[in-house]
Design a protein around this ligand. Structure first.
Ligand SMILES: Cc1cc2nc3c(=O)[nH]c(=O)nc-3n(C[C@H](O)[C@H](O)[C@H](O)COP(=O)(O)OP(=O)(O)OC[C@H]3O[C@@H](n4cnc5c(N)ncnc54)[C@H](O)[C@@H]3O)c2cc1C
Length: 286
């Protein structure tokens, strides 16, 4: 089957491109291996904000209710219910993407897509045992959490002591003590959620400031605000290993250790281009 446009990856980059192509009356196919909506809808922007909304209600009810003359009785957090609500929000939005694909007459194939190379009529992509030909191909395969070669990290991920943002958005129990490796936006958002709902959160960051390239003034204000909520920051600190009990890091030439129940590794993301067959197109990727 020959298409005007094939989009590989159904995240915000891919599904919007597919929708626009479909609306422009181009014969369009969207190939997505997991769920429509990609990282953003399923394990990124949307679920993290859903969790933060629950945290905000919990915080306001507990901290400010009485000040405003509203008494809630015992305020508590029901983590499984938070996760269930988050999933409901995600499902609604993911279904919405499926509806927009239908409305734009975009065909959707739910399989891993692999670029085979250039054929006589276009670029050939294999998915679910079928070969599809694209006059134009949009590669929108997104990114995944980066897992650096820190000793103990792989073992920790296997035993579930260490999480990436993906697992941190699914936790059914609130850890008593959590160490977040990486003080960038993803680490901070999840630290904010777990810090608000009761975890003792420590953030280990290699740079002298948090929130990545954010202005120094803003990152200092943010840190102050988080510290007022009880979070601890270890800046200029490089994680050297993870063992079964916690995280060991180096600061000013000395090793220190934070004991915890869960570690969140949030040191950034890396592109998903290694497995989609991009090499078969001779495209320079780095
Ligand atoms: C915890 C968290 C919070 C975030 N919060 C925000 C926020 O508040 N605001 C914001 O702007 N951004 C936020 N982001 C970033 C945002 O999620 C990404 O920028 C966005 O999802 C990128 O869209 P994309 O389409 O490029 O890739 P993705 O959303 O990653 O989508 C790529 C899709 O391609 C699919 N795919 C990959 N390879 C193949 C293949 N071979 N075959 C078929 N399908 C394939 C994947 O399954 C995936 O569905 C957040 C990210 C995280 C992790």
């Amino acid at each position: 089957m020959i298409y005007d446009v094939i989009v590989l990856g159904g995240g915000p980059g891919g599904y919007i491109a597919a929708e626009r192509a479909g609306q422009a009356k181009l014969k369009t196919l969207l190939i997505e291996k997991r769920a429509l909506g990609g990282t953003c809808l399923n394990e990124g922007c949307i679920p993290s904000k859903a969790l933060l909304s629950s945290a905000k209600i919990y915080h306001n009810a507990g901290e400010y209710g009485a000040q405003y003359g509203v008494h809630f009785g015992g305020v508590s957090i029901d983590q499984p219910a938070v996760i269930q609500r988050k999933q409901k929000v995600v499902n609604t939005l993911v279904n919405g993407v499926a509806v927009s694909m239908k409305a734009a007459k975009v065909e959707v194939v739910n399989h891993v897509g692999k670029i085979k190379g250039r054929g006589a009529e276009g670029i050939e992509i294999e998915a679910g045992g079928e070969v599809y030909t694209a006059k134009n191909l949009i590669i929108a395969t997104g990114s995944r959490p980066a897992t650096p070669p820190i000793p103990g990290l792989e073992e920790g991920l296997k035993s579930k002591f260490v999480m990436t943002s993906r697992e941190a958005l699914e936790l059914l129990e609130i850890p008593k003590r959590m160490v977040v490796i990486g003080g960038g936006v993803i680490g901070l958002e999840l630290a904010a959620y777990y810090g608000t709902v009761g975890s003792e959160v420590s953030i280990v960051e290699m740079l002298p400031k948090i929130a990545g390239p954010t202005d120094e003034e803003i990152s200092a204000l943010l840190q102050k605000d988080y510290e007022a909520q009880g979070m601890k920051f270890y800046l200029n600190s490089r994680v050297v290993r993870i063992d079964a009990a916690g995280v060991v890091f180096e600061r000013e030439g000395k090793e220190e250790k934070l004991v915890c129940d869960k570690v969140l590794c949030a040191i950034g993301r890396k592109p998903v281009i290694d497995s989609c067959g991009i090499d078969n197109l001779n495209i320079l990727t780095r």
